[in-house]
Design a protein around this ligand. Structure first.
Ligand SMILES: [Zn+2]
Length: 432
């Protein structure tokens, strides 16, 4: 496997920390960032690394000469002039392998590259982008995905004040197929992957897959971001976010727990967050709990809402949370309903399933995909189905008095705790 590191940045905003060094050589807790990246790639089996530079190229060459013991093939290529992220790669496309990773030289990451590449290959994608939610989606470029995880659009910051988007941010880590890029070599330079090349690929019908992960990857291009990332390294937060580390999670019911219960929410206009919910989720984000929504949405089977409606509803949910710096790590929904007899119902979804709560299918899927340790995790909801799914899955449960407040009478399961609403439930979780 081959990897390219785009290391052409000048690092103007980090100048005081850099002295005479180029940005890729910035000291990150005693180790130059470029060294961290190359060693991480090598440790995961990458055997060929190309570093693309154009600013202070000589300092990077010198660094490479001083580290001839990396144990992989390392080449430094000088672009000569700033060509943009995509322009720089296009200029050397003939020298690249059929498939390669692209990293940016100003990001600190601890990512399972093998799993990322495996997802790319399994989907037969032309390109795969590492995506994640962040705590400031309103001033980030956002990516739109369809139900199957394919990228359908790029929404550039600034967004319209009433825009509703899922919180999906391009983290600047890609797997790309050389042959898929060849048709786009003619774009005028400087050209940028996110701004020009990827949108052009989507328009041309190329398949770009969105790989969503909570693993650590952060831009450290300012002193404040650098200091924060070093703090995360030292505290172990970076290592704890590895997918190979068991994760603690809070499973969250949606209607009546996060947003006001309106008896079968069908349209995003009906979605309103309950008081204090965004701030409560932000506290869970900060405490390194994975926030995972698990919701029954029989309105889909009953033909009362479509997956497009559902996507708009969740875009609004993400947007409202994001305005207060909060985000969800994942969202699972059950579209099924067991009983027939509704006008307009969708026959394919009218069936018994394992995912409809209190079935544990969604929890089990989350455990598989996010490596969740149920013994460290919680379920918070407003119905006895939420309490029953917690009992079956072995999760500690908290009943909130919002929504149905446990008064639906369907299952006899008892909560471990009762809270007035999500903010108090989070108080309980953080005390334990
Ligand atoms: Zn289901």
């Amino acid at each position: 496997m081959q990897a390219l590191i785009l290391a052409g940045g000048q690092g103007t905003r980090l100048r005081a920390r850099l002295g005479d060094l180029p940005k890729p050589l910035v000291d990150v807790d005693g180790v130059p960032l470029l060294q961290r990246q190359i060693e991480a790639l090598r440790d995961q089996g990458v055997t060929d690394v190309v570093v693309l530079v154009n600013y202070k190229a000589e300092a990077i060459r010198e660094f490479a000469r001083a580290h001839d013991d990396f144990g992989l093939r390392l080449r430094i290529i000088d672009d000569g002039e700033p060509l943009g992220t995509s322009g720089a790669v296009m200029a050397i496309l003939d020298q690249l392998q059929e498939r390669f990773l692209v990293l940016y030289g100003d990001t600190l990451m601890d990512v399972d590259f093998g799993r990322l590449v495996a997802a790319h290959v399994a989907h037969g994608a032309d390109g795969t982008l590492f995506l994640h939610p962040n705590d400031h989606p309103h001033d980030s470029d956002l990516v739109e995905l369809n139900e199957q995880g394919w990228i359908t659009a790029f929404h550039k910051y600034p967004h319209a004040p009433d825009a509703l988007h899922r919180n999906m941010v391009n983290a600047a880590l890609y797997v790309l197929e050389r042959t898929a890029l060849e048709a786009f070599r003619g774009l005028p330079t400087p050209s940028d992957f996110a701004k020009q090349t990827f949108p052009a690929m989507i328009k041309a019908g190329r398949r770009l897959f969105g790989y969503v992960s909570f693993e650590y990857i952060k831009d450290i291009g300012t002193p404040a971001r650098l200091d924060k990332a070093v703090g995360h390294l030292r505290s172990g937060r970076v290592a704890r976010a590895r997918l190979s580390s068991p994760q603690k999670a809070v499973f969250l019911d949606r209607d009546g727990t996060l947003n006001a219960e309106v008896n079968f929410l069908r349209h995003h206009d009906q979605l309103e967050l309950l008081p204090g919910v965004a701030a409560a989720i932000k506290r869970l984000n900060d405490a390194e709990y994975r926030c995972v929504v698990v919701t029954n949405q029989p309105v889909l089977a009953r033909g009362e809402a479509t997956m497009t409606d559902m996507a708009r509803i969740h875009a609004k949910l993400d947007t409202l949370l994001g305005q207060e710096g909060a985000f969800l790590d994942a969202l699972y929904l059950c579209p099924h309903h067991p009983h027939s007899g509704y006008p307009g119902e969708v026959a394919a979804l009218k069936r018994e399933c394992d995912c409809r709560k209190p079935g544990t299918g969604m929890i089990e899927q989350a455990v598989r995909e996010l490596n969740i340790d149920l013994s460290q995790s919680w379920m918070v909801g407003d119905t006895t189905s939420d309490l029953e799914v917690a009992r079956r899955a072995g999760l500690r449960s908290i009943l909130v008095r919002t929504g149905f407040g446990g008064g639906d009478g369907k299952y006899p399961a008892m909560p471990l705790f009762i809270a007035a609403g999500l903010p108090e439930a989070v108080d309980i979780i953080l005390r334990h």
